[in-house]
Write a protein that binds this ligand. Sequence first.
Ligand SMILES: [Zn+2]
Length: 415
Amino acid sequence: MGKLIASPLRYLTFVDDKQLFQATLGLKAPWFVSEVKLNKTDKRLDIFIDFERGARFPCPECQSLCELHDTSQRTWRHLNFFEYETYLHARVPRTSCPKHGVRQVDLPWARPNSGFTLHIEAMVLALSDEMSVAGIAGHLNVNEDSIWRILQHYVNEARKDVDLSQVEQLAIDEFAVQKGHRYVTFFYDLKGRKVIHIAEGKGKESFASFVQAVEGRLDPKKIKLVCMDLSPAFIGGCRETFPDAIMVFDHFHVIKLLNDTIDRIRLEEARENQLLKKTKFLWLTNPENLEEWQERKLLQVKDLDIKTAKAYQFKLAIQRTWQLPPQLAKAYLRKWIRWAERCNLPEMEKLAKSIRNHFDGIVESVRQRVTSGYAEGLNNKIRTAFRRAYGFKAKEYRDTMIYLVAGGLQLPIQS
Ligand SMILES: [Zn+2]
């Protein structure tokens, strides 16, 4: 691939261009480059490939050499040669195998039914790491739909290769596709830290979709632990789908609830207290992640006699639960609940009740030392990718994007 890009265009006029292209395309007998046409006005390069007379080809099914049945003319888009848009042309043979009948042979430069060469597809995959689909499309002068279809193909193939047989722990999380309007549910391999399934919605039906998707590759009865938030739909779905799994409500999800509660209290209070305007970030970020100026700002408000500051203290306090050994954590969390249930902040009292109702699952997260905190990082990456892919239409493309970013896939990058 590199060689083709690196070769100066002037080479074309000096060396035997057929041989040059044969080498850079890696063609072996019976295939050879029969003609190269360079159109300087249209900036277009056409490379014609043919096979030796009387050649026989392996049946794609059993690999035994077979007689030629017929051919059909095809064209593939190839990597640009400098600014020259490049196309390959060949007649594609079909073999007639005594065992498997008439079959199209495997081509060394393209996969079946693709209008693109493997070289350009490899380039698409390599660029997808850094560039938006629109960016790749512009760079290669190929339409966006084609780029999506290439990515989709390789993502789907790579997903088939993901080994789920050892997965015993899952994390489940909801994700807003359109802010607050539509949700999908992500099923993570908790230890592998990757999205293994995307289900529409955030209810029980998401679990059915998961079971169907992993059928034959993962036995739901073998799932021993599920890490998730405290939503009744998830809890119900989990009980039904993974009967032998312990439900765990981890640090990440509990703190998310605390943050939601603090922010509701702050919004209410900010109507009368100007000091609270534009302070959302201060209350919701871990103190150690604040920048110096933010820390200074927090210091000005956190000890004030205001509801938001009080709620914030509850968050700092509950965080200690996960720093303690399980037995102490249990007693500590009980104390926290009793304190929070009588704090005169109705929002916080409501949350304390919910924490009490999910006590075992929270303590379990301390005992098991599991967290799905990394999911937040992945979700941010997905959100960034969404912004980059602004304008992608189909749901399949959306999922392709998510698996690309968070699926931990091994994509075949040709070299
Ligand atoms: Zn055969």
